[in-house]
Every structure is written in C-alpha cells, then in structure tokens.
Design a protein around this ligand. Structure first.
Ligand code: MG
Ligand code: MG
Length: 250
C-alpha cells in the first residue's frame, strides 16, 4: 500500500526537509581531519532537537545514534563514535528528521581534506545519478524508471551499484512502500502519481556491487573494502513533476 500525501501533509514534510537541510549544512561545515564521527552525531542531534524535531534514526530498530556516519568502505548504517576523520577519507552522512508526525530522509557523501581524483569522480557520478533519478519522478513514470536512470548514469564508469539496499517511500513511517531499487529495466513496477513521497538514494561503489554486514548488526561495507558513495533526497511527486523536499542551499 502506497500512502499518498495531501498538500497539507507535504507542507509538513517540507518543514522536516528544511530542518534536515539546515542540519546537513551545519555538519558539512564541521567536516575536517580530526573531527570524530561522534562529534558530528552530537551536532546533528542538537540541530534537529533545537528545531523542535526528533532524529528519526535514534532508537529505530535499536539504532544507537541520531545519524549514520559511513566512512570510506562503509556503504550505509555506520555508527558514530570515536573514529576521527582523516584527510583522504570520504564520509557519507545519513540524516532522518521526524517533525509533526512525518519523516524526511537525506544522505550526502563529503570528501575530507584532499581525496584522490578517483574518489572525487565517484562522488560526482553518484550525485549525478541521484539527480538523473530525481528527474524521473513525475506522474505517469514508473519506479523502474528511477533505478534505470541510476544504472544508466553509473554504467559507463564501471562502478558497482548496490542492490541489497534500496530507496523507499517515506512519510508517517521512515520506510514505506514502494521499494525503489537503483537498477533494473525502465517502464516496470509501480506507476508514480502526485502525492507520493519518495526517498531516492543511489549507493555506488568504486569496486564491485557486493556488500557485507558487520557483526555490530548495522555497519554495511563493500565486500572488496573499496570506497562507496551515497546520495539521497526526499522527493514529492507533484502534478507538474516533483519537488525536492530536502534540497540544500536555499
Ligand atoms: Mg537515509
Ligand atoms: Mg532512506
């Protein structure tokens, strides 16, 4: 069952998205060599709660922190802690904001200090894949068009598109139907229509697509331990096309 949102509900999700975007801006300003991922978590929690919202992830299925911090070979669900960032790392920060009964969900991968051109290219291509996927969000298109757009953007570069973790509907629940794979043929799966709110989130690996879950029950790494990137926005499908609810930079 896909829950479509009324314009009033999308207004609330837009507010959640603004709180999230402001939080991501604050986090980006703090990213530098020497900063611990746990420090970023504390900043995010303060930013979200001071805005009158709740961090969606804290306590979600027992997750212990307000954000996910996934460094280098960690694809998603990294747990913040004492790990200090070093120049040459990348850090994917995933933030969820719960505001007046609705969630917004967004992730971004940031370089720390100077990263290799190989890694920089991976970030650029993954962000490009996100925007290509978002461009497919309009009434009458299908969920399969989103994944196909990701795959089409990534394929020429030979990177691995993660298959075990996917995008999703988002709203009163953090994870709603439909599931949104980042691969597959166009023209398949559910038809998009106005009022759907979707978390679009390509996860792309410098090496192969295979993943491995670590023993902490959360951290997901690339099987080959090569770097991974993750870019995510929450998007509302509108009668005219779409609106990015977690857009940063005004
Ligand atoms: Mg997320
Ligand atoms: Mg998500």
């Amino acid at each position: 069952m896909i829950y479509k949102k009324s314009p009033q509900e999308i207004d609330i999700m837009r507010e959640a998205g603004k709180i999230l975007a402001a939080t991501m801006d604050r986090l980006e300003a703090e990213i530098r060599p020497g900063v611990a991922t746990g420090d970023l978590d504390a900043i995010a929690e303060a930013s979200i709660t001071e805005a009158g919202a709740i961090p969606s992830f804290k306590g979600y299925r027992g997750f212990p922190a307000s954000i996910c911090t996934s460094v280098d070979e960690v694809i998603v669900h990294g747990i913040p802690g004492p790990l200090a960032l070093k120049s040459g790392n990348v850090i994917s920060i995933d933030v969820g904001v719960h505001f007046e009964g609705f969630h917004a969900d967004s992730a971004w991968t940031f370089p720390v200090g100077d990263v290799s051109s190989e890694v920089s290219d991976l970030l650029n291509v993954t962000e490009t894949a996100l925007w290509a996927a978002i461009d497919q969000c309009k009434p009458g298109n299908r969920v399969g068009d989103i994944g196909h757009a990701v795959e089409t953007a990534v394929q020429p570069h030979g990177y691995g598109v993660v298959r075990e973790y996917v995008g999703h509907g988002v709203g009163r629940a953090l994870h709603e139907e439909p599931q949104i794979p980042n691969y597959g043929p166009p023209g398949r799966r559910e038809v998009l229509s106005a009022g759907m709110t979707l978390a679009i989130e390509p996860m792309v690996n410098l090496g192969g697509p295979e993943t491995e879950a670590l023993d902490d029950g959360w951290t997901v790494v690339t099987a080959d331990r090569m770097v991974s990137a993750h870019f995510e926005h929450t998007v509302a499908v509108t009668p005219e096309g779409h609106e990015v609810l977690t857009r940063r930079g005004g």
